[in-house]
Design a protein around this ligand. Structure first.
Ligand SMILES: *Cc1c(COP(=O)(O)O)cnc(C)c1O
Length: 428
């Protein structure tokens, strides 16, 4: 495949945009080469500026659960656009999508819409701090909650040490209020809570982790977090920006039957437009301005185009009783096909999967947390990535990313993907 026009566009972009991209994950830093410039997309396919077609397993990093340019979403946005694109006044559609979201997700009474997953998580933490009148939070190594300061903290050694910032610009003052724990390690969380008694406002977690590959919670992990939070007046935040409306209509709360105190959304909830949201029961949400003292705002929050896209998306998901089963079956089929192809060629690997999320790790250890995810062989991944790309299969340009299965994928697409893996596996 040729990427001539992408190369030219990338050169021009680098002159005026840092690294040529508006979000670092789009650059090919971890795998080498030139990022592919997208031109259009439809269903399961994305087309680049050179006219190449790719079967897409990124799907805008999750939102396109029902495929690209999903007609109900496209139509809803076009119709709304004709009526004006922003008012800075309340609109009826905001209540409509809020009512639908509240009816789909367990254990929430009210929801507030924002413009990104980052904003949702940042606001959720502020709300948790305001509600509990405590400062510290616990997050897990390898979990991503957007790029706000409190969350850009790397793994420190020792369970009780304070985190240190892993981006310049995050102050030590902010970092010291973020404590790090190991994913799927409930004892680790217990000891952190003991060592910081009465100081922890919130534990924030991806209830199924998706930003270090796909890592489901081990049995008892989420239940354990719930029990610790109940015992210590800590609010449990489920960051369902990736999993919400994807792993079940009601997200992981429904799937695993564990309630969070605050839930964050993004990605699917916006149907491909910039939307995030956070939600909780009345007693917590009523602490937000203008009802309560915790401030949170947004000029374009609840934007009519974004709400129209999100509403069309949620309606389609809510109406389709077989959707989650279909997605899971496609993902399982892909899993088995890839595993067979790699096994036949003796390629060491581990595949994690839940619902429509799957990740391939070039490591023989089970992958249950950041340390085990980091053991994967990146050289093998690079070869795998470029092999797939050159065969028209677009997976994320990093070994730490989940593949997102869309309902638009046909079994023919899945077979084409498995055939590509079979070819590549010979050289891995
Ligand atoms: C993508 C993501 C975010 C950040 O959302 P943005 O819309 O990129 O700001 C937060 N949390 C999780 C779990 C995510 O996957």
């Amino acid at each position: 495949m040729l990427y001539q026009r992408s190369s030219v566009l990338f050169k021009a972009a680098q002159e005026v945009i840092p690294g040529g991209v508006n979000s670092p994950v789009r650059a090919f830093s971890a795998v080498g080469g030139t990022p592919i410039f997208a031109k259009s997309a439809k269903g399961a396919y994305v087309y680049d500026e050179d006219g190449n077609r790719f079967i897409d397993y990124i799907n805008s990093w999750g939102p396109m659960l029902l495929g690209h340019a999903f007609p109900p979403v496209v139509d809803a946005v076009i119709e709304k656009t004709k009526q004006g694109t922003s008012f800075g006044m309340p609109t009826a559609i905001e209540t409509e999508i809020a009512e639908l979201a509240v009816s789909m997700v367990p254990n929430i009474d009210k929801i507030r819409f924002v413009n990104s997953g980052t904003e949702a998580c940042m606001s959720a933490i502020r709300l948790a701090r305001g509600f509990t009148k405590k400062d510290k939070i616990i997050k897990f190594s390898g979990c991503y909650h957007g790029h706000s300061d409190s969350f850009l903290i790397a793994a420190g050694s020792g369970a009780v040490t304070f985190g240190t910032p892993n981006s310049p610009g995050v102050t030590e003052g902010t970092a010291k209020d973020t404590l790090l724990a190991n994913y799927n390690d409930i004892e680790n969380v217990k000891s952190l809570v003991e060592a910081n008694k009465g100081e922890i406002a919130s534990i924030i977690v991806e209830p199924v982790a998706g930003n270090m590959g796909c890592i489901p919670p081990v049995d008892g992990f989420l239940e354990g977090l719930r029990a610790i939070c109940d015992a210590h007046n800590i609010l449990l935040i489920f960051d369902e920006v990736m999993t919400g409306f994807r792993l079940a209509k009601g997200g992981v709360q429904e799937l695993k039957n564990v309630n969070a105190d605050i839930v964050c959304f993004g990605k699917v909830v916006g149907g491909g437009l910039p939307v995030g949201a956070f939600a909780a029961r009345n007693e917590i949400m009523n602490h937000l301005a203008p009802l309560g003292p915790v401030y949170q705002a947004g000029t374009l929050s609840g934007n009519p185009l974004a709400m129209a896209a999100g509403l069309a998306m949620l309606k389609a998901i809510n109406a389709d009783v077989d959707l989650m089963t279909r997605l899971e079956e496609k993902t399982k089929y892909l899993h088995e096909g890839i595993a067979d192809a790699l096994n036949k060629n003796n390629v060491i690997h581990t595949i994690n999967r839940i619902g429509s999320m799957i990740s391939v790790h070039f490591s023989q250890d089970t992958v249950i947390d950041f340390d085990t995810a980091a053991k994967g062989n990146n050289e093998t991944f690079k070869k795998f990535f470029h092999g797939m790309l050159n065969r028209g299969i677009y997976i994320a340009p990093s070994a730490f990313e989940t593949w997102f299965i869309t309902d638009a994928l046909s079994y023919k697409d899945l077979n084409e993907t498995i055939a590509a893996v079979e070819e590549i596996a010979k050289d891995l």
